[in-house]
Design a protein around this ligand. Structure first.
Ligand code: XMP
Ligand code: MG
Length: 177
């Protein structure tokens, strides 16, 4: 599939402006503190790279990787950690950065996983919040863009490992009624 021909949902300019806005809010909320930003591989790598460079507060970075299994390839039922972070987070301010919230299972799992280590605070920043297919209640603290449904690629998001490198976000399936 040639993803470049697909409809652009968010242009690189819109994304750039939104990232700056999010970073300004996060920087204000954590003023005077030092954040540990945890990126969820692989999808969040581009968003996180842009976001941390737009922050005006210091931060450290680390990465986790998860796998999910089940019927639906996009968002399955069971989530497991395949690569944990290497930083001790007890007593620290933590911001998880994820590409997209869909069913909510991945982030619900991750929040529980890191809460057990007693960070001082734990918040979530999602590039996209896809609202319609939630299976567990989950609200991210910071959201770049909200969509209803559909499958999106680009800016880190993939379809079968393709299209992550595209600078804009494209819709390859609208979902819809
Ligand atoms: P859950 O359902 O646990 O899933 O919130 C989050 C993960 O599902 C993948 N996902 C997508 N990936 N375009 C993608 O490239 C999409 O529209 C999409 N919807 C869900 C993604 O890996 C995310 O981390
Ligand atoms: Mg992903």
């Amino acid at each position: 599939m040639e993803f470049k021909g697909q409809e652009i949902l968010f242009t690189r300019e819109q994304i750039g402006r939104r990232v700056v806005e999010l970073a300004a809010r996060i920087s204000a909320d954590y003023a005077g503190r030092e954040l540990i930003v945890i990126g969820v591989l692989k999808g969040a790598f581009i968003f996180m790279a842009d976001l941390v460079r737009a922050l005006s507060i210091p931060c450290r970075v680390d990465f986790a990787r998860l796998a999910s299994y089940g019927a639906d390839a996009a968002s399955a039922g069971k989530v497991v950690m395949t690569k944990d972070i290497e930083t001790s987070i007890r007593g620290c301010d933590i911001l998880i950065v994820e590409d997209i919230v869909d069913t909510g299972l991945t982030l619900a799992f991750l929040v529980d996983w890191f809460r057990e280590r007693n960070p001082a605070s734990l918040k979530v920043c999602a590039f996209i919040d896809k609202r319609r297919r939630r299976r567990v209640p989950f609200e991210a603290d910071y959201v770049g863009f909200t969509i209803d449904d559909g499958f999106v690629v680009g800016y880190g998001l993939d379809f079968d490992e393709k299209a992550r490198f595209l600078p804009d976000v494209h819709v390859i399936e609208t979902g819809g009624e």
